[in-house]
Design a protein around this ligand. Sequence first.
Ligand SMILES: [Cu+2]
Length: 225
Amino acid sequence: MQNWSWLMDESASTIGPQIDRLYYVILVITGIVFVATELTLLWFIFKYRHREGRKAEYIQGSAKAEIVWTTVPAIIVIAIALASAGLWDEIKDPDNVPDNAMTVILTAKQFEWNLTYPGPDDELNTEDDFTVRNRLDIPLDRPTKLEMYSEDVIHSFYIPDFRLKQDVVPGMELMMWFQPTRTGEFPIGCAELCGIGHTRMRGTLTVHTPSEYQTWMNEQLQAQP
Ligand SMILES: [Cu+2]
């Protein structure tokens, strides 16, 4: 698949290329507006500079110009909102989670991520659940659904290589799901300044082949107290 990003490594989730595309569409639109605005500003500074004998005059403004520069940006912003709303629903609407997804519970607190896995029976809240800290290990062959909780303040769970970020808010039940596209290790960070140890909230997302995932899970089960 084409890498739409020149700032980051090629995305490693199925949603990544769509997020990148939307990001660059927005960057191009805002880039054009930025350059045009700055050039106009410079031109006006030059054109209306002080000259001997020239007096400032009062103008009424132009209703036509006001309508144009209100309507055009409004249409662009609404179009961007509609385009991103569809993508947002795909990742964050519980109805769109694939049936075969593995559910993992993420609990954020100052200053760590705790991840609770369903274990071999694939069901949470059973005896064989296990919890690990600051690492999310998932199999390549199926989607993962994260149910996200915070025990204290607002954190933000960020996986740059998956192009995914979700605030974790105390008192709220939040979720997102994703499907990896390749194996590997990817950094996890907290993207919300959450206190003095904020920078310690780093973790690693490891995407395993299905058999490696089974091996990893067995190791974790043996390591549990
Ligand atoms: Cu945090």
